[in-house]
Design a protein around this ligand. Structure first.
Ligand SMILES: Nc1ncnc2c1ncn2[C@@H]1O[C@H](COP(=O)(O)OP(=O)(O)O)[C@@H](O)[C@H]1O
Ligand SMILES: [Mg+2]
Length: 617
């Protein structure tokens, strides 16, 4: 199992462990196996048909062109003249073969597309499920583009192409077998020469696997970076325009495309010489065959028809041999992608339910941080020996300098991250012992910037409680102070919000998030700077909505508004990852040179005087 996982550093170490890959891949192949096997069965005659053309040349030349009209066959008492029989049957045969080939090709294409897409879809479905279970840290570490490439493009290469490649492979193999059969049938001596030469021509294919793997991995990283660039241009387009970053983005993209170009060309340089070399070796083979064949004909050991048929087979052999080389190269590419896909499945998410989880029955007494140490990156401690206790029903405000670790503290409660040492206990039970879904069902989180999913307002609200009734929704909308806004919308709750809720204002978005949390009605509420990004007016109304959400709940609130902080039952001051002061506003203000007093003087006092001024006016 891979625990910390940077997608960029992938090694595809299993790319050439074929038994491992086939074992991993089999579950996806299994449901389509009958169709896949049928497809392979069809590929066999399709491959062999090449040989038939070459084979038919021999009787055509020997019996029709050079034939003796007196030669006859006796068959079930009938006498047939061989020359005219072949002359009649060969054109009919050619047309029949074309029809047969056409039907088989159609069937084969249908089966290929069917099986390939089925496999690719089920692989993608499983990968998507895997993605949804990944830890928060995974999304911190990896860029969106790389994730997209790994979870979307790779499975396509891994599963979709493999059937096509495998079919070509089988067709090529049987094409070769058929043609080699024709060679042997015509002259085994010449066949030995021809096949040996072909064998030699094929050997370089074996040596390029490593290069393919390296280039494929590097290309995956570049493609991922390109996608990230796209995503950032889309998601950050306002910043891009505001700072005139278009040129910068273009430069980045150009560098990426150049890198990709160089990668592809470097592979072509290594692989591209194979085809000409193969061609050269083959031409030597043909020359040898010609020389020896002339000798055999002149000495009467070979008929002209047999020789023509032989040479035709040998020439036809070039195509499937080349296809074979090509598919072997492509197959390796596919294996690399496949190994990358299965690497993803092997990624272990560290944050999960224990094997025998306890059911979380709701908080009865308190939440306690006991000597919690935590770091995002190894060697960079963020929380240091952090201790804190919050009673049920209490509202605790977390304050402190930016970067001090407030968000980190609250992110540990729903286990977005796990502590490195120490424990977080609910009523004395380590939260790691609870079923993870259960734990998270009991916590509502409102962030500074809340994600809305594309869809309608109603759909976004229902995410808080899928089975909510109309009355419950209406109640939540009212408590979130959204009713007025929704009343102005033509489609009301069924209005579609843009991707990420872009069509709403900050305050509206925030209230949708609060309504969602109200529907969820979790006993523990976490507010991380939920009103920070808002102007005064929106802030006031969002605050009212938040007050409704906080009622009778155990609340962790990170806020910059003095009134919110003052209204809290208790204030915890966090500085550089430690709890440095704890108490009510008045208690903390009494500490001379205290952290809180300092913060108050620096930040809150101004707010207070502004508010007083506003009140007096
Ligand atoms: N996802 C993350 N990965 C790495 N470091 C992080 C991450 N989130 C926060 N940090 C770091 O942890 C420290 C505490 O951050 P945070 O808890 O967000 O502070 P606060 O909320 O008090 O402003 C900061 O130094 C910050 O850079
Ligand atoms: Mg924060």
């Amino acid at each position: 199992m891979i625990s910390t996982y940077k997608l960029k550093d992938t090694k595809s170490k299993d790319a050439f462990r074929y038994s491992y890959l086939s074992q991993k891949f089999f579950p996806y192949l299994k449901p389509v196996l009958p169709k896949a096997l049928l497809n392979i069965c069809i590929a066999v005659p399709l491959g062999l048909l090449d040989g038939v053309v070459a084979l038919s040349l021999r009787p055509y030349l020997d019996y029709v062109v050079n034939g003796n009209p007196q030669q006859t066959w006796t068959f079930l008492g009938h006498t047939v003249q061989i020359q005219s029989w072949f002359a009649a049957i060969i054109p009919v045969g050619i047309v029949s073969f074309a029809v047969l080939q056409g039907v088989l090709k159609y069937l084969s294409n249908y089966l290929t597309d069917w099986t390939a897409n089925k496999m690719s879809l089920s692989l993608k479905k499983d990968l998507f499920r895997k993605l949804t279970t990944m830890d928060t840290q995974f999304f911190d570490i990896n860029s969106s583009g790389l994730i997209l490439t790994r979870f979307f493009t790779d499975p396509e290469t891994a599963s979709k192409d493999i059937i096509e490649i495998f079919k070509s492979f089988i067709m090529a193999i049987f094409g070769i077998l058929g043609l080699v059969g024709v060679l042997l049938f015509n002259s085994w001596q010449l066949a030995i020469i021809g096949v040996t030469v072909m064998g030699i021509a094929m050997t370089p294919v074996v040596f390029i696997r490593k290069k393919i793997k390296k280039v494929s991995n590097a290309n995956m990283v570049v493609s991922g970076n390109m996608t990230t660039n796209f995503n950032e241009t889309v998601g950050g387009n306002k910043i891009m325009s505001a700072y005139n970053l278009q040129e910068l983005q273009n430069k980045k993209f150009k560098a990426q495309t150049d890198e990709q170009f160089n990668l592809i060309i470097s592979l072509t340089k290594r692989v591209g010489w194979m085809s000409p070399i193969m061609y050269f070796v083959c031409s030597i083979g043909i020359a040898l065959v010609m020389m020896f064949g002339n000798h055999l004909i002149l000495t009467g050991q070979l008929t002209a028809g047999a020789f023509a048929s032989f040479v035709t087979s040998l020439l036809l052999l070039y195509k499937p041999t080349k296809t074979l080389g090509h598919t072997l190269t492509k197959l390796q590419n596919t294996f690399v992608a496949m190994s990358r896909v299965f690497e993803l499945f092997d990624m272990e998410n560290k944050i999960k339910s224990p094997e025998h989880p306890l059911i979380f029955q709701g908080l009865r007494e308190k939440i306690e941080f006991k000597n919690v140490n935590f770091e995002y990156e190894e060697g960079v401690p963020v929380l240091k020996n952090f201790c804190l206790s919050v009673k049920k029903g209490e509202t605790l405000a977390l304050v402190g300098n930016s970067g001090g670790g407030k968000s980190t503290v609250v992110n540990l409660i729903p286990r977005f991250y796990d502590v490195n040492s120490g424990t977080i206990d609910f009523d004395g039970v380590n939260i790691k012992h609870f079923n993870l879904n259960d734990l998270r069902n009991n916590i509502s989180f409102v962030f500074q910037d809340n994600f809305l999913f594309s869809g309608t307002l109603r759909e976004n609200l229902l995410m808080g409680k899928l089975e909510a009734t109309e009355e419950e929704i209406a109640q939540a909308v009212k408590l979130a102070h959204l009713d007025e806004f929704i009343g102005t919308l033509e489609d009301g709750l069924d209005t579609t919000v843009g991707e990420r809720g872009t069509t709403l204002s900050g305050g509206q978005r925030q209230r949708v998030a609060i309504a969602r949390a109200l529907l969820k009605d979790a006993p523990i509420v976490i507010l991380d700077e939920a009103t920070s990004a808002l102007d005064n007016e929106s802030e006031a109304i969002v605050q009212k909505a938040l007050d409704n959400l906080m009622k009778d709940k155990t609340v962790f609130v990170i806020a910059h508004r003095l009134s919110t902080i003052k209204n809290a039952d208790r204030i915890a001051v966090i500085n550089e990852g430690r709890l440095v002061e704890e108490g009510t506003h008045d208690e903390l203000m009494r500490i001379e040179k205290g952290h809180y007093k300092h913060l108050y003087n620096m930040q809150f006092k101004i707010q207070e005087s502004v508010n007083e001024g506003a009140a007096n006016a």
